[in-house]
Design a protein around this ligand. Sequence first.
Ligand SMILES: Cc1ncc(COP(=O)(O)O)c(C=O)c1O
Length: 428
Amino acid sequence: MNPLALDLNEQLSKAQPQVADMLSDLGKLMYYPKGILSQSAEAKKTKYNATIGMATYSDRKMYADSLYNAFNELEPDDIFPYAPPQGLEELRDLWKDKVQRDNPELNPNDYSRPIVTNALTHGLSLVGDMFVDTNDTILLPNHNWGNYKLIFSTRHSAQIETYPIFDDNGNFTTQGLVEALDRSNQEKIFLILNYPNNPTGYTPNKDEVKEIVNAIDRLSKRGTNVIAVVDDAYFGLFYEDVYPYSLFTALTQLDSEHVLPIRLDGATKELFAWGFRVGFITFGISDQKAQEVLEAKIKGLIRSNISSGPMPTQSIVKHVLENKDQLDRELQRNFETLKARYEVTKDLVYQDQYQSCWQPYDFNSGYFMALQVKGVDAEELRVHLINKYSIGVVALNDKDIRIAFSCVEKEDLQYVFDSIAQAINDLQ
Ligand SMILES: Cc1ncc(COP(=O)(O)O)c(C=O)c1O
């Protein structure tokens, strides 16, 4: 049991022992992790808060005006009624059109109509409910989003197995995943592919995607059932010549009935609408009957936990997708802003004067980049940065920090990285 859960149970046993006895097994196992959210909370008052998974200017969030304006354009019937558990039907079709436009190599018959989720976390939890049993193996890169642990290990008692995605020089490598897949002798394996990656901001190129997909293919041809979940939270934020589609596209092109690609995506980051809680789950399966059954089961899972998602924000996403040219222009502006910040960051972090302070991990996409810091403890550095420099970063472990350039103005990046280097020198 996680020490934080143990501590909560002990506190409850002291305060109200009878309530502690009432807890289910899951109730006993549950805790609130001291992860990114609590580090973000500590950095809330900093001048340069590069901890959060949103995109911001120094004085406001980076959003699309048409989404904001749509709040005044909805009719009562777009706001007050229940949405169906599977989401608004027109929204599902409009999202499928978007998926197809973004991934022209997808065969529209090879995947289901997207089902609306209460954003990506809910989608992850749903695939956990549907496909993960106690002690199943979940294969994750060792740089991964912390919430996977709570969802799959704590809620579903799965075994998390990790593999490296960077070599000793910080360069991306597929070797760890390929070796893990090649040596697997399980009947079933569940893997999450999250690119652009949180926390490192890396997306594989075409050849690297081919290596990953071929290894999945080889494993499935040996009879292992592979559930390949593609977490596309940051889809489209590609700043270099990477594989330009979702990995879901490459996976649906495999000719293996033992592979089930599942795509999770949504408005959260793609439309800069984090609080909307509108996401989608899509199955990469062509059989019509199987699509219908999977949809019925997901509807049952939704009905039995949140009943249905929020009507107002589903209506707004539907509304803007109906006028998508305007939306696309606004999203493109946001993209250009993030890309400019990425380029400045890239120019800065490899400079000679920082070599004694850190080694960057490869990055080319998304909101974040990560540094392996030299000669200091990452957590100690994080706290020092808040206290002395009013800068918020996330300590990922004892040697890596994550910096969200999505939250730092281009003009401030030099100061932020200079200060991180200075803070490292203070502590070295
Ligand atoms: C990799 C990854 N997956 C999923 C999510 C969750 O997204 P949502 O807010 O849509 O639940 C995040 C959010 O930070 C993320 O970074």
